[in-house]
Structures are given as C-alpha cells and as structure tokens.
Design a protein around this ligand. Sequence first.
Ligand code: KIV
Ligand code: ZN
Length: 510
Amino acid sequence: MRKIKIFDTTLRDGEQSPGCSMNLSEKIVMARQLEKLGVDIIEAGFAIASPMDFKSVQTISGAVSNCTVASLARLNKLDIDTAWDAVKDAAKPRIHVFIATSDLHMQYKLRMTREQVLNAINELVAYAKSKCSDIEFSAEDASRSDREFLVKCFSAAIAAGATTINVPDTVGYSTPQEMSELITYLREHVEGIEGVDISVHCHNDLGMGVANSLACVKAGATQIECTVNGIGERAGNASLEEIAMTLKTRRDFYDAETDINTREIYKSCRLLSNITGVPISPTKPIVGANAFAHEAGIHQHGVIANSQTYEIMNPDDIGLPHRALVLGKHSGKHALRERLELMGYEIPDDELEDIFVRFKKLADQKKTITSSDLEALTLHRSRIVRPEESSASTCQLISHSITSGSGIPKISYVKLMRDNKFLEGVESGAGPLDAAFKAINKMLGIEARLEEFSVRAVTEGEDSIGEAYVKISSASSGEMYTGSGISTDIVEASLQAYLSGVNKMFEAGE
Ligand code: KIV
Ligand code: ZN
C-alpha cells in the first residue's frame, strides 16, 4: 500500500478565497485541528504577504509538532528569507518556493524569458536549500506549460536541492487523463524524480480538482495538496475530505492510503465553516447535511435492511455525531463532558465551565439539547475574542430591547460593557438590527459597515438555536472582520455576532 502525503493549504490557498480570511487565533485553532486530523504538511501562510501572515506562520510553527509547517515564497531572496524566519522554529520546517513556467505567465506576468526562469530556479532553489533541508518547488501553471521546458525546470529544481516537486493545475483547466499523462511523462523524463516526492495541486474551476488529484495518484504522485471543504482561489482547491474518503473507500482501486484520521473529518469541516461563516452546501460530498440522509422511502427501507444498499461509507468513519437527543436541563457537568468527548471534543476544564454555563442557559430555553446544539456551543466558543485572552479592550452585550412593527419606527436600545464600564445607546434605523448596529457604532465611536449577514437554525424545531454570521468592514482601514453569535433569540445572536466582529477589529489594533 503506497502512502500518500496530505499537504493541507487551507490556511494559505484556502484563506485567499473571498470570505475565508481568518484571524490569528482562528488560524491556530484550525492548525491544531489539522494536526489532529493527521495531515502531513500544513501550509501555514505566505510569510512575506503581510506582518500578520508572517506572525501566523511563525505562531503555527510553534503550535504544532507532528506536522511539517510550510511557508510559501516566490523565487526571490527576500521571500525565501522571510519564509525561513517564519518557519525556522517549527519541529519540521519546509520552504515552498514557486515560479510560473507557462509561456503565458512568463511573458505577461513575470516578464521573464525561459532562460531567466531556469536561471532563477538554479540559483534560488539552491539558496532556499542553504537555509532549510525540506524544499518544495512548484511550477505555477504547470499543466499549461511546455512539457520539455517543464522537465528542464523540475530537473534543475531537484539538482538544486528540492525534495518535493509540485505540479499545479493552477487554473483548473486540465482533465484527469491529461493530468495522469503529465505525471507519467514527468516520471519518465525528469532527472532525479525517483528520489523526491511528486505533488499535485489541482484547482476546481471545472469541478475536477479531486478527480484530477486522484488520477495523479494512480499515475504515481505521492503528495496531494488540498483544503478542508475545498476552499481556495475562485472555485477552490481539491477537497481534503473527498480525497481522504475516496482513498479509504476505494482502497481496492487506488492501492494507496493516507494518515488522515477520518473520524476527525466532520469536526474539521464544521470548525472551518464555523470560523469562516461560509456554510457547507447540503449536497457537499462527505460532509453536507444530505450526505448520509435518505429521503426516498425505498432508500430508507434498503438502508434499514442493510446500510450498504445505499451507503458506501459508514457515517462513524467521518465522525458524524449521532443526532439522537442527548441532554436535558438536569444534566450535570460530568454528563456534558462525557457527551462532548463522545462527539470527539476534548475540552480543557476552564473552557468546559464556560460551555456549561451557556449549556444551562440554553437548557432553560430549550427542552432538549441535541448534539447539534452542543456542537454549536462548542464551535462558537473557539471564535469569541475573550477579554482575558485579548490585549485590546473587548466589549460584551449586557442587554438589548427592540421596538419594531409595520408602520412604526424601528428603535433599538443596547447596553454594553467595556473596560468594566456600562455603555447605553438608543438609535432608530431601517430595521431593528440596523438601529442596534448603529447604536453600537455610536457608543464605541467606530465606523463599522455591515457587508454580509445571515442567520440559520442549527436544529429543527421552533426552539432551535439561531446561528448568526456577520461580515463587517472598517471604514478607516477597509479591512473585513467576520463574527458569529448563537442564541435562541435571533436578535441577540445577531448582536453577539456583530460584537464578535467588532472585538476582532479591536484585537487587530483598530
Ligand atoms: O495554484 C497554484 O499554482 C498555487 C501555487 C503557488 C502552488 O497555489
Ligand atoms: Zn493554488
């Protein structure tokens, strides 16, 4: 059985996708989860891109120990130096250098000739190697590059010290057959290829990211680059959970395996969705709400008789929590901890205390607490900027009330606490939330604009928790911040979400 390395780029390529940006603490929470998931390499960011990116890569390098931590770098000395500074304290550091090799990119983007690109590879891969023993070299737009030239580029990179060569289908243009033929061709022609890992990085513009990656595995690739929930530039990258579950389910066909602990898949996908506020489509393979739901009577009958009639995977294998009723108002902390552990969450004592307080509050409002409710309470916890963990002064919602209805003014009153002081404000607006957000802006003296807003019910039933997401922009910096809040009262959930976005703005130094 061949081992396929999983190179996760959720925190780099994934984070580049619209609406998926994460702050430092969210990236650390995600990196720790990726380590639990068992990925081999975490691409933690593009260290040169901004001081914040540098800090994220550096902090993640110190926060994980089993995975290799990589930083992306263009093929120039400053990028390479910065990438190395950011990863050098990782247990297993990697520098990932790239340069475009297609004529189109070289001519119009880089304004470099083939010869200049080859010289850069010779000189700068060797420079990166002088700093770090683990070097990945990517030929951007490889799938649209001239094959003979590509062979020269990869051969040069290997001669200069690259230990992994990556073959990106940067614009998601290739088909599985073409990618497979390309890998075969490279294996036949690139000098030294037998001594390095062959990686693929397939974008999903035509919906073939996963199929292309798997075709490359069949052709001999040993590493796949992918992201949780398939997030990434444009239509995204190949999805990690689809790749891991295909290799597990069709082991007979691929004769290859990964070290992914598939029971952590569901949790990882939900965590990312919760962090970014980007929902998982119900029909998303593996982790969509419908992936294991059988609606048609004939299917239900078949599944009850023998689950294999319509289920090719066992829901337990992805760590899908059982949706049965789990806890009630009289359940204690011990029972809560047990349930959370059963769902795969190991919660430190201080955090459990906090979840327990919110669990009790919820149990007063809702007859039964299901695993979806517990999941919302737990995941939401990882997104809040808490006063004790923040260098900025954060604010909390104390109370609110709204007046709304047809033909009457929409007025909101909001009471907050910041720096142990109470603040109160009343405003009117187009609707009660518009009024409440205006009141918050005025009290805090900020100019935050609501860019996106959504509320969804976490479970069925009238007493379901509402989960609100906001994306706000700061008028002074133009930066975007996401926030989320949960409550059985959707106005309260929305205000919590708005304040969690505002707190992130403060945390970022605004
Ligand atoms: O899509 C791409 O080509 C990339 C490279 C930087 C690997 O993301
Ligand atoms: Zn990419």
